[in-house]
Design a protein around this ligand. Structure first.
Ligand SMILES: *[C@@H]1O[C@H](CO)[C@@H](O)[C@H](O)[C@H]1NC(C)=O
Ligand SMILES: *[C@@H]1O[C@H](CO)[C@@H](O)[C@H](O)[C@H]1NC(C)=O
Ligand SMILES: *[C@@H]1O[C@H](CO)[C@@H](O)[C@H](O)[C@H]1NC(C)=O
Ligand SMILES: *[C@@H]1O[C@H](CO)[C@@H](O)[C@H](O)[C@H]1NC(C)=O
Ligand SMILES: *[C@@H]1O[C@H](CO)[C@@H](O)[C@H](O)[C@H]1NC(C)=O
Length: 437
């Protein structure tokens, strides 16, 4: 008890006092616990730190501030003539009230012309005024994850001519005004996962000619307008999983001729319109697992001759037409587990001579012929567990196409649904390469 009190006292005490900075490798300056800072205090500490570590202001390229009251934020940043990257966040739950940025006013960063990266994750930002970031003419990365933003106002990001990555994950965004992203001509990556968007139309993502990676997972999307992606023709991956999408218009993706990855998993889609993929000729990976599909329209995938992965597991598919997967020469992985298939003749996939992994787990299939499977020279894994097949049939199949193969890294080489997002963002991109179905 005494020990606990002592520790608690120490924690509280130490957190509430000593403001400090240190220089880490790579010329980063890390500062914390300036909860009631004024500029002259900050300057004093900085000068002391530099002296102590034998460094110059010009050496500092990176500034990380934790638990900092930001009344004189830009003045602090301006102290460092060579600063390229700034991050400000709250690391402690003790000071949430007074050290969080709540609002970014217009021209907050007006004079800071060299900054390439600005990280404002884990603050309490709810309002971004129009022109908030005006002046950051070199900024390439802006991170605003885990704040309380509800609305993206028109011109919120005005002046960010070089911005490539915009991170808005884990906010409460329900509204994006038509001109919110205007002028972001180099923007290539937007992360909007875990927000409250209910719909997306042609005005949401306006004039984003360079946008290649768009993540809107775990929002409240119910529908996608047919114009939703008409102004982002360069998209190569689109992630819409974990929403409430019920219907899709046949033209939803009709401008996305560069699209490689489409993730619509875990929605409420009951039917797919014919011609949905007519324009997306380069599509490689499609995830439609976890929806309410009952059938696959004939020719839906026809002529997608780059398609390598189709995930359709955990739907309500009762029957697959003989032409459903016709003409898919690159197909390597197909997931149909967790459906209501009573029969499935693998020979409907004969056009796909590279077929490598087939998931048919938890259906009602009573017959699957080993000799039909034997036609596929590259087949490595077939999961037929949970079907009313004869025991010897299951044993034969699993012996020849063992599930153990699944654990082998890259069993079919490059069959995956990995985002082709920039390297540094691989951590948050979804890897659905071999999901458990
Ligand atoms: C800054 O804080 C120091 C000590 O806390 C105080 O002496 C000084 O007057 C303050 N300066 C301003 C401009 O508030
Ligand atoms: C910061 O402190 C140094 C050394 O104490 C001083 O020379 C310098 O003028 C101060 N800078 C500002 C902008 O106040
Ligand atoms: C965040 O800001 C809102 C108002 O914008 C305030 O009501 C709330 O208490 C703040 N939360 C924290 C944890 O500081
Ligand atoms: C899609 O393409 C097929 C043939 O490639 C064509 O028959 C069909 O009419 C097209 N559907 C739509 C909706 O454009
Ligand atoms: C599957 O279809 C092929 C070709 O139509 C046929 O030869 C084969 O007998 C069928 N297999 C079963 C188990 O019905």
């Amino acid at each position: 008890m005494v020990l606990v009190s002592l520790i608690l006292f120490f924690v509280l005490f130490s957190r509430s006092v000593v403001p400090s900075c240190y220089i880490a490798t790579g010329n980063s300056l890390i500062c914390s616990k300036f909860t009631s800072i004024n500029y002259s205090d900050f300057n004093k500490t900085i000068q002391g730190t530099l002296k102590h570590q034998n460094a110059k202001l010009e050496d500092i390229k990176d500034l990380h501030m934790y638990d900092v009251a930001l009344t004189e934020f830009t003045r602090i940043i301006l102290t460092f003539p060579q600063l390229q990257s700034v991050s400000v966040s709250s690391s402690s739950c003790f000071f949430l009230d007074n050290n969080n940025i709540k609002q970014i006013k217009a021209r907050t960063f007006w004079k800071i012309r060299k900054l390439v990266k600005l990280v404002l994750n884990n603050n309490n930002i709810s309002i971004i005024e129009p022109n908030a970031f005006l002046g950051l003419i070199k900024l390439e990365t802006l991170e605003l994850a885990s704040n309380k933003i509800q609305r993206l106002q028109s011109q919120a990001f005005a002046g960010l001519f070089k911005l490539k990555e915009l991170i808005l994950e884990d906010n409460s965004i329900y509204s994006i005004e038509p001109k919110a992203f205007e002028g972001l001509s180099e923007l290539s990556y937007i992360l909007l996962n875990s927000n409250n968007l209910q719909s997306v139309d042609g005005k949401t993502f306006m004039k984003l000619p360079s946008l290649r990676h768009l993540f809107i997972e775990s929002n409240q999307l119910k529908s996608l307008s047919s114009t939703a992606f008409e102004n982002v023709p360069s998209l190569i991956d689109l992630h819409l999983g974990f929403n409430k999408i019920e219907t899709l218009d046949k033209n939803t993706f009709s401008k996305l001729s560069d699209l490689l990855i489409l993730d619509l998993s875990s929605n409420k889609i009951a039917a797919l319109p014919e011609g949905l993929f007519n324009a997306t000729r380069l599509l490689k990976d499609v995830a439609l697992n976890g929806n309410k599909l009952q059938k696959i329209p004939n020719n839906l995938f026809t002529n997608l001759n780059k398609l390598t992965t189709i995930f359709l597991s955990n739907n309500e598919i009762k029957y697959v037409d003989a032409d459903a997967f016709k003409g898919l020469p690159k197909l390597k992985t197909i997931g149909l587990s967790g459906n209501k298939l009573k029969q499935f003749n693998i020979s409907i996939l004969y056009d796909s001579s590279l077929l490598c992994v087939v998931f048919l787990k938890s259906n009602q299939i009573s017959m699957l012929s080993l000799s039909d499977l034997a036609q596929f020279n590259n087949l490595k894994t077939v999961d037929v567990s949970g079907n009313p097949l004869a025991v010897y049939n299951v044993q034969e199949i699993q012996k020849k196409y063992p599930l153990a193969n699944l654990r082998k890294y890259n069993i079919c080489k490059e069959n995956n649904l990995k985002s082709s997002a920039p390297k540094q963002r691989m951590d948050i991109s979804v890897d659905l390469s071999l999901p458990d179905f």
